[in-house]
Design a protein around this ligand. Structure first.
Ligand code: DAS
Length: 383
């Protein structure tokens, strides 16, 4: 190979031209190369007009608080800090890279730690998301949220907001003031996903720690690592440098396929959770079910119920309270009908693979109207 020393720009140009010629040869090995068949067109003058910039997707960030808006006293405070301090405009201004991937604006819906979310907060937020999703000048929505109940809000939006536009819920495990804070990249990923066409129609999504999770499946599995959010059946995809890589799509009903609509929900019924454990007193379960529309029993293993608690649940059922057996097993409780308890005989419902807190969300939405246990069970299989 003859080596010729030429100045760098010319070298780059020469390399580009030779590579393009090589490419032409590689594509059609037997046909004459472009150079042999026709004279090489002159390189376009540097002054040629750049192609029109592609319009950036329009993404709205709805902020509710949490660690992603948190602040600590020092960079070493990754776990000791105050949540819900930084306003949404500062979150956005602190991440100028967002301007390269979307046209972003923010709204402060709440400024709270998410353990303090109420049913009314869920309704307020979902109504806001639903209204924005209807706007033609909105392509995607991001909800910044505390991580403690993020999984509940994501599922609630998944069940009640009728849009195929991407809705992405995002949080962080460390405040922005900490070393190796995770919020900035999580937020960047959320905006990138909310602005991407390929995220449409996949239900509500959660972007944490480079993964794209289903809002239905994902739950906080660890409370001290940035790799905190897990779905028992795996993430839907990954996001790397603002690009989505999908591996699966949800099959359970969500958003536009849902029979539930936030526009038709005025309030949420009282649904409580009773935790199962060794020596659990039946009185605790009875108190949880008092005045409730439904009770979710967070049972051991396959949703098992202590023998001293069964009569209490039967009594609640006979009083009109729906009884839903879930499992306290982290990351993948899977409760089967008539396995640990005669659900048909007791007229009880099983929560399928939903953890207790997600089972409560679905039960609240489903029981915004009276239902038989059979119809409620259908809903737990479908959503
Ligand atoms: N207290 C937690 C919350 O607001 C902080 C967090 O992890 O976001 O959910």
């Amino acid at each position: 190979m003859t080596s010729v020393s030429i100045s760098t720009p010319l070298k780059a140009l020469a390399l580009a031209v030779s590579l393009s010629l090589l490419g032409a040869c590689a594509q059609t090995p037997n046909a004459p190369t472009a150079a042999a068949a026709t004279p090489v067109a002159p390189v376009a003058p540097a002054t040629a007009a750049a192609p029109a910039a592609k319009a950036l997707p329009r993404v709205v960030v709805l902020a509710t608080g949490g660690t992603i808006a948190g602040a600590g006293a020092s960079a070493a405070n990754s776990a000791t800090y105050a949540a819900a301090k930084v306003p949404v405009d500062k979150l956005i201004a602190g991440l100028p890279e967002l301007g390269q991937i979307a046209s972003v604006r923010g709204e402060q819906v709440l400024q709270i730690a998410s353990e303090s979310f109420t049913n009314q907060d869920l309704l307020t937020l979902a109504r806001k998301v639903s209204a924005l999703a209807k706007q033609p000048d909105v392509d995607g929505i991001v909800v910044t949220h505390g991580t403690d109940t993020l999984e509940e809000t994501a599922y609630f939006l998944n069940l009640t907001v009728h849009t195929d536009k991407p809705i992405v819920v995002v949080g962080s495990m460390r405040p922005g003031t900490a070393l190796s804070a995770d919020g900035a990249l999580n937020l960047y990923d959320a905006v990138a996903t909310a602005g991407s066409q390929d995220a449409k129609g996949k239900g509500v999504l959660v972007t944490m720690n480079d993964e794209i999770q289903s809002g239905r499946d994902v739950a906080k599995a660890v409370n001290i690592k940035t790799e905190a959010f897990k779905s028992p059946w795996g993430p839907l995809g990954m996001i790397v440098e603002g690009k989505n890589y999908w591996f699966r799509a949800p099959v359970k009903r969500h958003t536009v396929q849902s029979e539930f609509d936030i526009e038709r929900i005025t309030e949420l019924p009282k649904v409580e959770i009773a935790y199962g454990y060794g020596n659990v007193p039946a009185e605790l379960v009875e108190a949880a079910g008092k005045g409730a529309t439904a009770i979710v029993h967070a049972g051991t293993g396959n949703g098992s119920v202590a023998n001293r608690v069964v009569p209490t649940l039967q009594k609640l059922r006979s009083g009109g309270v729906q009884v839903i057996r879930s499992s306290r097993v982290n990351q993948g409780g899977f409760v089967l009908r008539n396995a640990e308890q005669p659900d048909d005989k007791y007229d009880w419902v099983v929560a399928h693979d939903l953890n207790p807190q997600k089972a409560r969300i679905l039960a609240m939405v489903a029981l915004t109207q009276p239902r038989t246990a059979q119809d409620l069970q259908r809903i737990f299989w479908e959503y």
